[in-house]
Every structure is written in C-alpha cells, then in structure tokens.
Design a protein around this ligand. Structure first.
Ligand SMILES: Cc1cc2nc3c(=O)[nH]c(=O)nc-3n(C[C@H](O)[C@H](O)[C@H](O)COP(=O)(O)OP(=O)(O)OC[C@H]3O[C@@H](n4cnc5c(N)ncnc54)[C@H](O)[C@@H]3O)c2cc1C
Length: 350
C-alpha cells in the first residue's frame, strides 16, 4: 500500500491541471492513467475558444490552425455565420503538455494504471504487473465521462451524445468551423473543423435516439461528397450531456472535468471546463490539506456552480427541449431555439 496526499485518477486535461496545482504547493500527488500513452487515442474535435488560451501556462505549440467564425447549416443550407474566434489544436500534444507541466511541478505520473474501485478507503489500482493500493488523503476523479471514482460515490453521468469522427486531408475554407443540423442526426450535429492540413469531420447523436453514429457519419460524408478513403484517423467517444452532477464532492473525494458532468449539453465543449475545474479543485484541495479539513472541499462545489451553474443549466434546458421536440417538429424552429449561434438560444424555452 502506498500513502499519498492526493491521488488523481486520469491524466486528461482536468487531471493534469489539478495535479500541477497541488504539486506546486509541495504536496505529494500521484497522477495515474489507465492508457499506456497520455493523450492517445484522441477523442476530440479539437476546438478551443481564443479566450481560453489565457488560462494556460504551457507553451503554445499545440495550436494547429486559427479560426474566426462559425457557419451554421440547417439541412445543408448555410443559415448564419457568427464570430467565433478560436483555435484547432493538436489534442495529443495539448494533453501531453499539460501532463508534462504537472510532472515538472513535482507530480508523480504512472501510466498503465487503472483505478478499479475503492475498498476500505484505498483506491485499488490495476497495474501492468499486479495491483497496488493507494491510501490518499484526497482522491480526485478526473477519469472522464464514465468515471470509476464517480461510480464509487454513486455519482456518474447518465445522459450522453455518442460521437464518431474522421480526420481527412483538408480542402477549401480554413477560417471557419462549420456545424450542420439535419434530420438524420437527432439530438446532435455534424461538424467540419479545419486543422492546419486536415479536417476533423464528425457527428454527435443523442444516445436516447438509438442511432448508430458511424452510419450517420457515412451519410454526412456522402452528403458533403467527402471520400472516406482519405481518412487518416477515426475517433469515437461519449460526450456527457446531462449537466453538472448533483454530487461532485463527497467526504475526501472530488470529481472534475467530464467526470463531474461539466461539458456543455448543447455544444459538447468541455476542454475549458476540464482545465478550469482541475485548477479550481487543486486550489481548494491545497487549502483543505493545509488545514486538515475535508469540509473545505465544499468550496469547490460552490465554485463550479457559481461559475457554470447558469451556463450549463441553460444548455441543459435547451437539450431537454431538443430531445422532446426533435421528432415532432420543424427542425429549423428547434435549432433556432436551441443552438448557440441564434439569439433565441439566450431566451428561455418552456
Ligand atoms: C468526439 C469528441 C469531440 C469533442 N470535441 C471537443 C471540442 O472540440 N472542444 C471541446 O472543448 N471539447 C470537446 N470534447 C469534449 C472534451 O474532449 C472533454 O470535455 C475533455 O476531454 C474532458 O477532459 P477530462 O480531463 O475531464 O476527461 P478526459 O479527457 O476524458 O480524460 C480522462 C482520462 O482518464 C483516463 N481514465 C479513465 N478511467 C480511468 C481509470 N479507471 N483509471 C485511470 N485512468 C482512467 C482516461 O484514459 C483519460 O485519459 C469532445 C469530446 C468528444 C468525445
């Protein structure tokens, strides 16, 4: 059994950001990652908003392309172009840069280490060779949409968008992201996001609608006359869409990023919330360790509700509207009411 101040489970953007803050304060923090390589395989469309760069204290060499606007299409007709300054990133380099930053600040990293549960206060971790037990003063669940740590405290995401994406050689417009709403992609959308030399072309479908995202993607590629043989990468993944979980702190356990349900229920974006929640949790954990008082961890819960309660709450209400009305009504009307490019998004729906 290994005793540590903090065990962070999952080396995605949230876990690495959290571990960096704790390590910087001199506490003993171990970051474990079940995969054998941080940042791979990439499960992301790789867009971040420009303003989010301010949050990052790592080198910027993960940036692949700058974009300035977002074009929204309904049934393949361009409907609106909105300002949306941002970057397409190389997500693998991004995750690795955040992880290296944590290690540089003193976090101990273990790859190929999968948390399997919590028993008598210890986290059971399956390693390449055998099993280890970590007795941590504080445990951080940064283990993504299907969090094992969340499951241990009965708090795990239950609603998802299921996505599938290919990366292809780029043709045409590099300055805008493109988002497509069409009847065959219920409760979600298709996207084309331009990187330096390639496009990420993908779809996300509300799980509730029981459609195979791979088939929806094939249809989408056909409609766009994109040939699937040029594919250099295929990505799949679940995006939590049910909003912030009711319990993100319990006793000495804290959930961050996707494990806490912080993705935007309409756009699916979660990288900024992952990094920011990781840092916020890190700061609160340091305070709690210094004063030996787990009660202080509730500050994190309050902090995320203050920061994102309205932002994600609005998105969740819009998602419920989309899911209830998709098969009933006029697609254009539904999208105008629920997509962030339209002013109606910012008005309440009943
Ligand atoms: C197809 C797709 C496209 C997306 N596009 C965008 C986008 O363009 N922009 C955006 O902002 N967001 C996007 N998102 C969402 C974004 O990827 C997530 O919000 C973000 O990755 C959350 O970071 P995280 O650190 O919380 O979780 P993750 O990135 O999921 O990291 C969790 C880590 O924990 C590890 N792990 C899991 N279980 C265990 C365990 N038991 N033990 C040890 N390790 C474990 C995983 O291997 C993983 O490395 C997209 C998501 C998908 C699926």
């Amino acid at each position: 059994m290994e005793k540590v101040d903090v065990l962070v489970v999952g080396a995605g953007p949230s876990g690495s950001s959290c571990a960096a803050v704790i390590a910087e304060s001199g506490f003993n923090v171990v970051l474990i990652e079940k995969k054998s390589s941080v940042g791979e395989p990439v499960q992301c469309a790789e867009y971040i908003p420009k303003l989010f760069l301010r949050e990052l204290d790592i080198k910027r060499d993960f940036i692949s392309n700058e974009v300035f606007s977002m074009k929204t299409f309904i049934e393949f007709n361009e409907t609106i172009e909105t300002k949306s300054p941002g970057y397409l990133i190389d997500r693998m380099s991004f995750d690795r840069a955040l992880c290296l930053n944590a290690i540089r600040k003193g976090a101990k990293m273990i790859i190929g280490a999968k948390a399997e549960g919590i028993e008598d206060g210890c986290v059971l971790v399956r390693m390449k060779k055998g099993e280890n037990r970590f007795l941590a003063r504080i445990i951080v669940g940064a283990d993504g949409p299907l969090s094992t740590i969340g499951k241990c405290i009965g708090s795990r995401n239950r609603s998802f968008v299921n996505s599938c994406q290919v990366e292809l050689l780029k043709k045409g417009d590099s300055n805008s992201t493109k988002v497509y709403f069409f009847d065959g992609c219920p409760g979600g959308y298709g996207w084309i996001f331009p990187k330096a030399e390639t496009f990420n072309v993908g779809v996300g479908v509300g799980v509730k609608f029981k459609k195979n995202p791979q088939k929806v993607l094939d249809y989408f590629l056909d409609k766009l006359r994109l040939v699937k043989k040029d594919v250099i990468r295929l990505t799949k993944g679940l995006i939590p869409s049910g909003g912030i979980l009711d319990t993100v702190v319990k006793d000495n356990i804290v959930l961050i990023g996707d494990a806490a349900g912080l993705t935007h229920s309409i756009t699916g974006a979660g990288i900024p919330q992952a990094v920011t929640s990781g840092k916020m949790a890190g700061k609160v954990i340091v305070k709690s360790l210094k004063s030996n008082d787990n009660g202080i961890l509730e500050d994190y819960d309050r902090g995320i509700l203050e920061l994102w309660g309205d932002y994600i709450g609005t998105a969740l209400r819009k998602r419920k509207y989309v899911e209830t009305n998709w098969s009933k009504g006029n697609l254009e009307n539904i999208i105008r009411n629920t997509w962030v490019a339209f002013k109606e998004y910012y008005q309440r729906v009943n």
